[in-house]
Design a protein around this ligand. Structure first.
Ligand code: GLU
Length: 577
């Protein structure tokens, strides 16, 4: 039998890093056993789902390199993902409504599901009564329920939901990670399977689709563990038109991904970080935030309603719209903690670093390296070769940002220079067009060997080269750096000698330029370590930059000389040397 896994996201926002981990494990298990990995979009919540979120999820998966064999079609770098070779689609649940309706009807016909007409007020009253008696609310059909009448009311067009009549017995199933699970009947209500709008609930859609799509292994987050007994009860009750029973696939519920303080890693963490920073800065309202935004593009923040901001700043449960939050972060000068795959992508992470980090969240290969240490880092081929559900852990996995950053730095360092430039260009085109326009891939190529080792993320490249992205007339000189560089004896004379040598330099290549500092130093009885800072601060404004020859070659002669002039004027004004 072919092993079939699936990833079934609800398209209500960006792909969370935990979702990516689920998708990766599904993919790895399928690859390991020469099976199939399919992708299904669970868009049954009409209000919260959107086509753009679905596209975003496909893009995120494709960017990570998690390729689905079946599912929505998608072109990724000339490769076609998805498709429907077994004719089990469509893969958007909103396109399968007729199928759900037919299965619901079969359950109704067999007395295993029933229409329910309760209004929201009636449900609230039932809930309140349960609360008053200190018991958890569990919906059951009322003793006087008349099936024939209910069916007639439904046929007459009265709005209703369809509920599953939970069979009065405990539900048992085996989880590959957590072992045997038993849930008593008392904890399982007659849950809704078909909503009043004709859409299935998650429980119903998932059970039918996993069956019809032949899914053999369901891997999903532990937050779904409470749902699984409902699904198992449904699977046991359901049958195909030819009478064949539904299968019960294997389940594996994956660990929660947690922050260092053990809270669940969630999108709210981003709001929390921004709120804390606003409080620190005393930014209490939208007007205050916008005052800080003066001169910087913050269109989404400007479009925000002041009362929405006021509610957000005081109410911890609220979230700002994604783009407005990004604008706000820029204005208050923080980097939001990355939570979604797209956040990591924007921050300049490489997909291979993200993958090799997330595969260790809740799973380990259980092998040592040649030195007897736990295997630190795997690539996809190694993951596929070693992946098994037996080594999936039970307890929450802490998300270690420092470790991921370290993986990313290693991944960047391992790229050939050309590939580094190609990746940076692709990243900058989408996420930092300003840097791309100012720097250009060709100029980066010339200095890639010097920039690459200084980058922990692709975003860092622009930081390392910030001096080159700034117009000569706008370069500012860090006064502390100037003071430090000028603390050498006869700084003024050394500075002039440097300028003269550079003006006269016959060869403006990095290697020729590298020789100038030692020559000037030798001619003036100084050391290169005393002279180099003078030049560096003059052309970059700071004391850190790639090697001087590379720095000058990148800037070019005109820019270098213009900067030296401006710096000399500044030094004259400040008076040292
Ligand atoms: N649509 C569900 C979600 O996004 C899928 C859960 C499952 O894998 O069954 O959480």
């Amino acid at each position: 039998m072919t092993l079939i896994t699936r990833f079934a996201p609800s398209p209500t926002g960006h792909l969370h890093i935990g979702g990516a981990r689920t998708a990766l494990f599904c993919w790895a298990l399928a690859r390991r056993h020469a099976g199939r990995f399919l992708l299904r979009i669970e868009d049954t919540d009409q209000k919260r789902s959107s086509e753009s979120a679905a596209r975003g999820i496909l893009e995120d998966l494709a960017w990570l390199g998690i390729a689905w064999d079946e599912g929505p079609g998608f072109d990724a770098d000339g490769r076609r993902l998805g498709g429907d070779p077994r004719a089990v689609g469509p893969f958007y649940q909103s396109q399968r409504l007729e199928t759900y309706r037919r299965f619901a009807q079969d359950l109704i016909d067999r007395g295993l599901a029933y229409p329910a007409f309760d209004t929201p007020d009636e449900l609230a009253a039932l809930r309140k009564a349960a609360e008053a008696e200190k018991r958890t609310f569990t919906y059951r059909r009322s003793p006087g329920y008349d099936p024939a009448r209910a069916i007639a009311r439904r046929a007459a067009g009265e709005p209703c939901v369809i509920r599953f009549a939970m069979p009065p017995a405990p539900v048992r199933f085996r989880d590959e990670v957590l072992g045997e699970v038993t849930v008593p009947y008392e904890e399982l209500d007659d849950f809704v399977i078909l909503k009043a709008d004709g859409f299935p609930t998650y429980h119903f859609g998932v059970v039918i689709d996993d069956e019809l799509m032949g899914v053999t292994h369901i891997l999903r987050g532990q937050e779904h563990l409470n749902n699984t007994p409902r699904h198992v009860a449904l699977m046991s009750a359901m049958r195909h038109p030819d009478g064949a029973a539904f299968r019960v696939p294997a389940f594996a519920h994956l660990t929660i991904i947690a922050n260092p303080d053990n809270s669940k890693m969630s999108k709210r963490d981003r709001d929390k970080a921004a709120r804390a920073r606003c409080k620190e800065l005393g930014v209490g309202d939208l007007a205050g935030a916008l005052a800080r935004a003066a001169g910087s593009p913050a269109a989404h923040l400007r479009a925000l309603d002041p009362s929405a901001f006021a509610q957000w700043i005081t109410d911890k449960t609220r979230q700002l719209d994604h783009d407005a939050l990004e604008d706000l972060a820029r204005v208050i000068g923080i980097t939001l903690p990355e939570v979604a795959v797209d956040d990591f992508r924007r921050s300049g992470y490489l997909p291979e670093a993200v993958l090799s980090y997330i595969c260790l969240l809740g799973w380990n290969p259980g092998e040592k390296d040649a030195q007897g240490r736990d295997l630190e880092r795997l690539d996809l081929a190694q993951l596929v070769a070693k992946f098994s559900l037996e080594r999936v852990g039970k307890s929450a996995s802490k998300f270690d940002r420092a470790k991921l950053l370290n993986f990313n730095q290693q991944s960047i360092a391992a790229l050939p220079d050309d590939e580094f430039v190609r990746r940076w260009e692709a990243w900058a085109r989408r996420d930092d067009p300003h840097a791309l326009a100012r720097l250009g891939a060709a100029r980066l190529r010339a200095i890639a060997h010097a920039v690459k080792p200084r980058c922990r993320t692709l975003r860092d490249a622009a930081e390392v080269l910030r001096f080159a992205l700034t117009a000569d007339a706008e370069l500012t000189f860090d006064p502390k750096a100037i003071a430090k560089a000028c603390s050498v004896e006869r700084a003024g004379a050394l500075f002039r000698a440097l300028a003269d040598a550079l003006r006269a330099a016959p060869d403006w290549s990095a290697s020729a330029l590298d020789a100038i500092v030692p020559e000037v130093a030798a001619a003036h009885g100084a050391t290169p370590a005393q002279v180099a800072p003078l030049l560096r601060v003059a052309v970059t404004g700071t004391l850190v930059s790639p090697p001087l020859g590379d720095t000058l070659a990148l800037l070019g002669r005109a820019s270098t000389l213009a900067r030296l002039d401006r710096c000399a004027a500044q030094i004259d004004r400040a008076g040292p040397g």
